[in-house]
Design a binder for this molecule. Structure first.
Ligand code: FAD
Ligand code: DCQ
Length: 439
């Protein structure tokens, strides 16, 4: 009997537990461990940050759903992984032994990289985050507080140096603008700034996708947003942001302070402590090093998927940026690794599958939205497309309901989903791609 433990029940970990359970016979055991007892649909957190969603609509308790699928669930934080003894120490003092470990712990938010930043920095006006549902609720309260004032200070939305997940920064800027218009409060906000570490608007950590630069520049411009690119934010104080402006060579060409009444800055990510501390498992930022089969070269019974893995940046930028890891890409990693673990348990080589890492994303912009498809993530791309329209807004709402329903039902990729994506020429596994596309 083999015991497969999945650490982290997020966008990657929940489907990983369900797929692993489906692939393994009843004599094997599957355990999911996560810090919180609930699942949150992370892509909806920007909506929580403007009050368009309540917590209960995007969060549910995990245990009833996993227990129906005969998956053990433990709601505890992991504090230490001992890869020599194959065990994990949990915050409540207990420990769990594994034969195979799947790490899907997502990001730790590196607020410490920019002193004074983040929702727990301690000053009255600090930069907020919409990365977790808790943070998004706090951001919403601060945003409401700003609107209560008669003469509100500027709004700043954007992304910190080293950030990789730029989509939600644009999404949040656009939905705040859309929310201000709905409330008849747009004219109250005299200054609205977008401050980003990207070298140009729409870079997205991907070197741009299709017409992303033109479309997003136009979108922000039409809404009266003042845009600042190549910005290296160095410090945040009470209602003040300190930034260095770099040129394309990475030389400092200006230093400035921006006042704000409300700010949301996407932080850079790093690996969570318990994972980052494991000797030789991770790169210096604490992201798990994996091979093309999602397996650790150092510890062959450890696999990993999602935001917590190490991937190189698509290109060097004057202010450092990273490459984003999006939902479909994460699920392609998960589907590949569960097949590899199944193969190994069956006594075969754990090199059965590779994920396609296709980057597909729906970003909401309030009433309209933007979608991109980058196949594959790294250039040169076979498909490099960025589009916009109200259909994206509605598709994202539909996708939210669909994904939450799948996670409650205990299914990762229903056959019709696979079919629809296949018709679009998109698949999770390399082995499902037409032969000429496989490397
Ligand atoms: P997560 O979903 O963050 O899951 C990690 C889990 O591990 C969490 O439950 C966490 O509590 C748990 N954990 C961490 N450390 C421990 C520990 N020590 N012990 C136990 N448990 C632990 N991608 C898209 O494709 N489309 C989008 O629209 C989109 N929107 C996004 C919006 C936001 C605000 C953000 C931040 C990201 C978005 N992404 C989007 C990117 C990506 O899809 C998400 O970040 C996704 O949730 C990442 O999945 P994950 O499984 O790697 O990590
Ligand atoms: O898992 C996903 C996810 O959540 C993390 C998203 O966030 C909302 C996504 O946008 C996935 C898989 C996606 C992508 C969903 C794309 C569905 C529509 C496909 C149409 C392709 C455009 C032509």
């Amino acid at each position: 009997m083999a015991h497969v433990v999945i650490l982290g029940a997020g966008t990657g970990g929940m489907p990983a537990a369900y797929e692993m359970r489906d692939l393994l016979g009843p004599k094997h055991e599957v355990t999911l461990i996560s810090e919180n007892p609930y699942f949150q649909f992370v892509p909806s957190n920007p909506w929580v940050g403007v009050g368009w969603r309540q917590r209960e609509q995007i969060v549910f308790d995990i245990e009833p759903h996993t227990s129906r699928k005969r998956i053990n669930f433990i709601a505890q934080r992991a504090d230490r992984i001992d890869p020599e003894r194959n065990s994990i120490d949990l915050a409540n003092g207990s420990s769990v032994h594994y034969d195979y470990l799947i790490i899907t712990t997502g990001p730790a938010l590196a607020f410490d990289a920019v002193p004074g930043s983040g929702p727990h920095a301690g000053h009255q006006k600090s930069t907020h985050s919409i990365c977790t549902v808790d943070h998004a609720e706090k951001a919403f309260a601060a945003y409401m507080n700003l609107l209560d004032s008669n003469n509100p200070d500027p709004i700043i939305i954007g992304a910190m140096p080293g950030a990789s997940c730029f989509g939600p920064a644009y999404e949040y800027a656009m939905i705040v603008l859309s929310d201000l218009e709905k409330r008849g409060a747009r004219s109250k906000i005299k200054e609205f700034h977008f401050i980003t570490s990207e070298p140009y608007v729409g870079h997205l950590g991907l070197g741009g996708v299709g017409d992303s630069q033109e479309i997003l520049t136009r979108g922000l411009g039409e809404m009266g947003v003042q845009v600042h690119t190549n910005m290296n934010t160095t410090k945040v104080d009470d209602g003040k942001m300190f930034c260095e402006h770099l040129n394309e060579k990475g030389e400092k060409i200006g230093v400035g302070t921006h006042d704000f009444g409300f700010s949301m800055m996407l932080p850079s990510f790093k690996g969570v402590d318990a994972v980052a501390k494991v000797p030789e498992l991770c790169n210096p930022k604490g992201f798990v090093i994996v091979d093309e089969h999602q397996r650790s070269p150092k510890y062959p019974n450890i696999y990993s998927a999602g935001v917590c893995i190490a991937i190189p940046p698509v290109e060097q930028t004057p202010v450092p940026t990273g490459a984003p890891k999006t939902g479909y890409m994460i699920e392609s990693m998960v589907t590949a690794l569960v097949h590899n673990i199944q193969a190994e348990i069956q006594g075969k080589a754990p090199t059965a599958e590779m994920g396609t890492w296709n980057a597909i994303c729906l970003a909401d912009m309030g009433t309209s939205g933007a979608a991109f498809v980058a196949l594959p993530q790294f250039k040169p791309r076979r498909v490099d497309w960025f589009g916009e329209g109200p259909w994206v807004h509605w598709s994202k709402i539909a996708f939210e309901k669909y994904f939450l329903a799948k996670m409650k039902a205990g299914v990762s990729e229903p056959f019709y989903e696979k079919l629809v994506f296949q018709m679009l020429g998109i698949s999770r596994l390399k082995s499902d791609e037409p032969a000429h596309l496989r490397k």
